[in-house]
Design a protein around this ligand. Structure first.
Ligand SMILES: [Zn+2]
Length: 237
């Protein structure tokens, strides 16, 4: 296949540019599908679940605590009322009955105070737990934000690099005749399409070439493109 020297050099560069464009596409896809980001996102949804559970537990205890408080106040009010009645009564029989009620109410009050104390202790544990898990969630959320920003910067840089390569590609393509370009495209769809003889090897497939092949390639006219017998890549000078 005939191709002048500037065309050959454009063809080799085109192959390099296309390989780089492919690499950039892969790097963008790898950056966007970051394994670290998926792991952190999974962690975030786990912590979010834990925060909901911890908040529900805390709110339930809060309700229990209010209920216990109400019960205690009710008993305290009844004791206060009984004490008023005790002061007001002149009947010894009533006084004894009231006295006995006050005694049992006082016992009840002590029980309720213990219950309330126990709930308050559990409430404090639940509060600490909620705070801890909320902090973990917050830290993970912040980490995700940072990762997203980092990925965005990476992707932007890759896209910039890609845009430059696409512009270079246009210029190179304009220097190569259509029939050579068609052959290049067909080869490039499957493999590295263009190579040179480098250290007695084909730079496309890295296979060593025999002395006969190297001589045959060297003997070709300057404007003739050869082929690697191993990978069929077009061999330019
Ligand atoms: Zn080869």
């Amino acid at each position: 296949m005939k191709l002048d020297k500037p065309g050959q050099s454009a063809l080799l560069k085109l192959s390099e540019v296309d390989i780089n464009i492919e690499r950039i596409k892969n790097e963008i896809s790898k950056a966007v599908n970051s394994a670290e980001l998926s792991a952190k996102s999974a962690e975030l949804s786990e912590y979010s679940g834990e925060v909901i559970a911890a908040r529900t537990a805390f709110e339930n205890l809060n309700m229990e605590s209010r209920k216990a408080d109400d019960n205690l106040h009710m008993v305290e009010e009844r004791i206060a009322r009984d004490l008023e009645r005790l002061n007001a009564t002149s009947s010894p029989k009533d006084a004894t009955a009231i006295q006995s009620e006050i005694e049992s109410l006082t016992l009840r009050k002590e029980e309720l105070e213990e219950v309330e104390l126990e709930i308050l202790e559990r409430l404090e544990v639940a509060r600490v737990e909620l705070e801890a898990v909320s902090q973990k969630r917050e830290a993970t959320s912040k980490k995700i934000e940072e990762l997203r920003e980092k990925i965005q910067v990476e992707v932007d840089a890759l896209k910039n690099e890609g845009r430059k390569l696409v512009a270079d590609r246009e210029i190179l393509v304009s220097k190569i005749p259509t029939e050579v370009l068609e052959k290049y495209k067909a080869l490039a769809a499957k493999q590295i399409a263009v190579g040179k003889v480098e250290s007695r090897s084909c730079s496309a497939c890295r296979m060593g070439l025999t002395a006969n092949t190297i001589d045959a390639l060297a003997d070709l006219p300057e404007d003739e493109v050869g082929n690697c017998p191993e990978c069929l890549a077009m061999i330019v000078r």
